[in-house]
Each structure stands twice: as structure tokens, then as C-alpha cells.
Design a protein around this ligand. Structure first.
Ligand SMILES: [Zn+2]
Length: 577
């Protein structure tokens, strides 16, 4: 299968710049190109993080997504897919250039040969020296024409894929070193070349105007990440790490800040243009003091180098290079790496204080370390958010306490007024306002106990004089005089209680129509009316149904022993015996 059959994302219609993907080139096992001191992956990450911060702080309506925020390896295809998946409006890939010179010698036949060296895996590499000649910045958009022999940048940047585990599968057989591959690639052109080129040229002028870069212009080459992104996308080569003077600039905090600011200003202008706005800025970023190019300054001081001669390479390197790394420094690097690893872990576990301490220690070891600074800033932001969350919670708690106290005060007042049901309701509301509070629970329990005691007192048959019962049955029912009095004396009987009244009900009343053996017993001042008299509980149950059918839906069975009301269950027990 040909790599050209890879599926593409549908192109996105852009009407604004709301989502920006920042791609720090290389990372992890892929260092990118190397200078004498710095390597590409660390410089690109530092600039990427600074750029992201500038956007987040100054363009609040823009969301920043990074393809990597740490020193990790990310596949080329994945970098493009991060942008596609997130429906980005702009893709910015940051890289450093290289143009190393190879060390040559004449063999015994007088023929020029490359000096080589073997890596750990036994692979042969050409030996390189730092090359002071090329310097300057250039920005790439997806190319149509790939001129033979002028594809170094595309070939070098695309070669990162060779480090991937399944690169042949992922890239459907694309060979980043083959010229033919680039011809196929150029057949699919991006709909966004024009927009991308507009953005690229804005970047180039910012590099030149403020950051003191030599403008090597906007270039077109078939670079994988540009080819695969379905939105305006650029790849910027911030400068040459192989030029020791430019390397020093790009490796410095100041240089990285200048490069990130330049890309930021270009992005801000591009965004305004796309969104049809005409804003002018007068802020610190806009008014950044313009730099002079340090290579040009150096040449002024060393007229012998004006023609680009390479005679003093060693001197330039020596002048610009930081002291060679000795064993102590190596230990420091190991110590730094260990600190960062641990700090990252602690941050992941949300152990903020621990990770803060570790990043600060790392920063002590490596002055101006962009990564530690970035992480410390992140932690400060998390801490601010946490503090804000706690304040909000405290405010909510205050409101909750106020509501609770008011409800309790009302409930206590209702309790004092003996308005039990209302008091209970208020205590329940208080419990909803502040679940788990003991006081309202306790009060509800007390009220329920009191209510139970009250209803018990109402039903308390002990207060009823059995004589009252017998007497009151007399003459109550005219229909069946034979059953005027309880049928069984000294035994257990069941009756159906159907209503209560504060005064006697006339025997002729419609209320008693259809009922037999009607009588009542007194519970305090209340007369509780019963109907029927049975010795067998099942008969009472049948009669209960009848009474209920007469309209007394709540009719229930009550039991008496020797004319005294007793517990129904107890009565059932005694009847069974
Ligand atoms: Zn690169």
C-alpha cells in the first residue's frame, strides 16, 4: 500500500483562531539536531511553553493544546492528529535548524573522504564540526514544488519517524530519505497554503524586526506534520544550533523569550486579520526592545570573518561555549534529572508542596531552567484555584449555617407551642439544610415519642371503667336487644371500632344504619364506637369488611377481656391457647 492512500481529515472551515496546537519539535529519545551545548528538543520545548503561556495570558479566547509539555517522544503522525482531533484552527511546529559540516580528509589517493564514528549500535555516522556559516530563521509551509537537492529540512524533520516503533506501518511505506516520496506527497496540496504562508510571513517579519533574526524567508517543503494537518499550519526553524553564536542566543532564557514573543505577535496579528479585527497593541510584548543580530555584531568585531570564512571556528566556539562539562556537572545533570522525575511524579499525585520543593531544588541546580519555572507557575495556579474553591465552599457553608439556625429557631418555637407536626417538619427541613446534625434528629425523636405517648393515653383502656362500657351498651341498639350487652363475660371478645365522637350518637342516626351490636367505650372524653361482638377473630375480620363496605374505611378490630380493652395481638395469643 502506498503512503499516499492514507486517509485525510476533512478540511476545517476557519472563521477565527480559537484553538491553537503548539508542537515542540522532537523530544524523548529523539533529540533533534545538536549544537555544541544545546539540543533541539530542549530549545523547542522551552520556546513552545513560553509561547503557550503568552497566548494563555493575553488571548483569553484562545485554547492552547500542546503535542508535548515535557521531554517525551511523540510520533510525527500523532502530532498532526492531535491538531486534527482537537479541530484546531492553527498548528505551530517549532524546530531548530542545523547545517553541520562534515570533517574530511584526503586519502592516500588524494581523494576527499569523510571522517566517521560508530555509535553504540554500531551504526556509522559522518563526523561533524560546528559550522558557523549559516544562521538565521526560516518558516515552512506545505510545499508543492520539492526541488531536488533542496529538501534537507523536510528530510531531516521527517526523519524523526525512523525512530518510531512501527514507522513502516504508520506511514504506509513512506521513506523520508527518498526524493520520489516527496513527489507523491506534493500531489496532495493543502487548501490552507495561502493562509499558512500569510501567518509564516508575519512570523518572519517579527523575527526580523524585534528578535534580531536574519530573515531567511518563507519556504515550501513537504513536511509530514504540515501535510497531515487539516488546518493552516507552519513549521518554523527558529535558528541554527550549528552556529555557535546563534546557539548561544537560542539556548538562553532571553533568546527563547524573544522567539516566543515574536511568534505570539505574529499569531495575534494573524488572528485579528482572520477575524476581521483592526486592533493595535501598546503592551510590553508589542514594545519589546529590538535586538541586533549577534552574528552581525560579532562580524563587526571580527572583520576577518566578514566573507563567511571559517578560519576561526574554534575561537568562536571557545568564546561562546560555556565551560566544558566536568564530572561534577555531570553529577548535577543526573541529580537534576532525578529531581525533575520525582517532582513530576509528586505533581501527578497532587502532592503540591513536595513537588514545589523538588522543582525549586532543580531550579537551584539549573539556573533559568524553563521547565522548572513553568511547573512552579503551574503549581501556583493550582494553589490559587484550590484557595478559590475553599473560599467558595466557606461562603456556601455560611449560608447553609444561617438557614439551619433559622429553621431550628422556628422549630424550637413550634415545639414550645406544642405544634408537634409543624415543629417536626421544621426539624426535618433543618436536617435537609445540614444533614447529619444530631440536634434536629433528637428533637424529632422526642416529638415522635411524645406523640406516641399521647395517642397511647387516648387509647389507654386502663382508664375506662368496665361498668361504663356495659352501661353504655344498654339501650344503644334497638334492633337486636338480645345482644345489648357483651355476649361473653370473663372471656375475650372482638369488636370492630368504626368511629369516635365527642358526644353520643343517636341510635336512630343514619351513621349507625346497617350496623349491629353498636356500643361505645370511653377513652378520656372521647367515645369510641364499636359494632359487632365476636369470640372468634376470623368472624370479626369478616365483619370488619362489612363495616368498611358501609363506608367506614378505617374500621379496625379491637379486643376486650372481661370488658377491658386489651392489645389485639395479645388477645389473639390468648384465644389460640
Ligand atoms: Zn526539527
Amino acid at each position: 500500500m502506498l503512503f499516499s492512500t492514507l486517509s485525510f481529515q476533512p478540511f476545517k472551515k476557519t472563521s477565527g483562531v480559537k484553538i491553537v496546537v503548539i508542537d515542540a519539535g522532537h523530544g524523548g529519545k529523539d533529540p533533534g539536531c545538536n549544537g555544541a551545548i544545546h539540543n533541539e528538543k530542549e530549545v523547542t520545548l522551552a520556546i513552545a511553553l513560553k509561547l503557550g503561556n503568552l497566548i494563555e495570558e493575553n488571548l483569553k479566547d484562545v485554547k492552547v493544546i500542546y503535542t508535548r509539555k515535557t521531554d517525551v517522544f511523540v510520533e510525527l503522525e500523532e502530532r498532526a492528529q492531535v491538531a486534527n482531533r482537537n479541530n484546531a484552527d492553527l498548528f505551530i511546529s517549532i524546530h531548530c535548524n542545523a547545517a553541520a559540516k562534515f570533517v574530511t580528509y584526503k586519502d592516500k589517493n588524494g581523494k576527499t573522504q569523510y571522517k566517521t564514528w560508530k555509535d553504540k549500535k554500531g551504526k556509522i555516522h559522518k563526523k561533524e564540526v560546528t559550522n558557523p556559516v549559516p544562521y538565521g530563521s526560516e518558516t515552512y509551509v506545505m510545499g508543492i514544488k520539492n526541488e531536488k537537492g533542496k529538501m534537507e529540512v523536510a528530510k531531516r524533520e521527517n526523519a524523526s519517524m525512523l525512530l518510531e516503533e512501527n514507522y513502516e506501518k504508520t506511514y504506509n511505506g513512506f521513506d523520508p530519505s527518498s526524493d520520489e516520496a516527496y513527489i507523491i506527497m506534493s500531489l496532495t496540496t493543502s487548501a490552507y497554503v495561502e493562509q499558512s504562508a500569510k501567518f509564516a510571513s508575519l512570523i518572519q517579519s517579527e523575527y526580523n524586526n524585534k528578535a534580531g533574526r536574519i530573515d531567511k524567508g518563507v519556504q515550501r517543503q513537504s513536511i509530514w506534520v504540515l501535510w497531515r494537518t487539516a488546518m493552516p499550519s507552519i513549521l518554523t526553524e527558529v535558528g541554527f544550533l550549528t552556529n555557535p553564536i546563534e546557539e548561544k542566543f537560542l539556548g538562553s532564557e532571553k533568546g527563547q523569550t524573544y522567539m516566543a514573543s515574536a511568534i505570539f505577535r505574529a499569531l495575534r496579528n494573524y488572528k485579528n486579520e482572520v477575524e476581521g479585527k483592526n486592533e493595535k497593541y501598546n503592551d510590553e510584548i508589542e514594545n519589546q526592545e529590538a535586538l541586533e543580530n549577534e552574528n552581525l555584531l560579532y562580524q563587526k568585531e571580527h572583520p576577518e570573518l566578514k566573507d563567511g570564512s571559517e578560519t576561526d571556528v574554534k575561537d568562536i566556539v571557545a568564546e561562546n561555549q560555556e565551560p566544558p562539562i566536568n564530572n561534577d556537572d555531570k553529577k548535577d545533570i543526573e541529580k537534576y534529572n532525578a529531581l525533575i522525575k520525582k517532582a513530576d511524579e509528586k505533581l501527578k499525585e497532587r502532592k503540591l508542596e513536595d513537588s514545589k520543593k523538588l522543582y525549586t531544588q532543580a531550579l537551584d541546580l539549573k539556573k533559568d531552567d524553563a521547565y522548572s519555572k513553568q511547573k512552579l507557575a503551574e503549581i501556583t495556579k493550582i494553589e490559587v484555584d484550590i484557595k478559590k474553591g475553599e473560599d467558595d465552599k466557606a461562603k456556601a457553608n455560611d449560608a447553609q449555617n444561617k438557614q439551619y439556625n433559622e429553621l431550628i429557631a422556628k422549630a424550637d418555637k413550634l415545639t414550645a407551642d406544642k405544634k408537634w407536626e409543624d415543629a417536626k417538619k421544621k426539624y426535618q427541613e433543618a436536617l435537609i439544610a445540614k444533614p447529619g446534625e444530631k440536634y434536629p434528629k433528637q428533637k424529632i425523636k422526642e416529638i415522635e415519642e411524645k406523640q406516641a405517648a399521647l395517642s397511647e393515653a387516648q387509647n389507654d383502656t386502663a382508664k375506662i371503667n368496665p361498668k361504663d362500657l356495659i352501661n353504655n351498651y344498654a339501650g344503644q341498639t334497638k334492633k337486636d336487644t338480645s345482644k345489648k350487652t357483651p355476649s361473653i363475660k370473663g372471656g375475650i371478645e372482638f369488636k370492630v371500632q368504626f368511629t369516635s365522637s365527642d358526644k353520643e350518637i343517636e341510635a336512630s342516626s343514619n351513621k349507625l344504619k346497617g350496623l349491629e351490636n353498636v356500643g361505645y367505650y370511653k377513652a378520656g372524653a372521647v367515645l369510641k364506637y364499636t359494632a359487632g361482638v365476636f369470640t372468634k377473630p376470623d368472624e370479626a375480620v369478616k365483619y370488619q369488611t362489612k363495616v368498611r363496605d358501609l363506608g367506614y374505611k378505617d374500621a379496625f378490630i379491637v379486643a376486650f377481656k372481661n370488658g377491658e380493652r386489651i392489645d389485639y395481638k395479645e388477645a389473639l395469643k390468648q384465644v389460640k391457647q
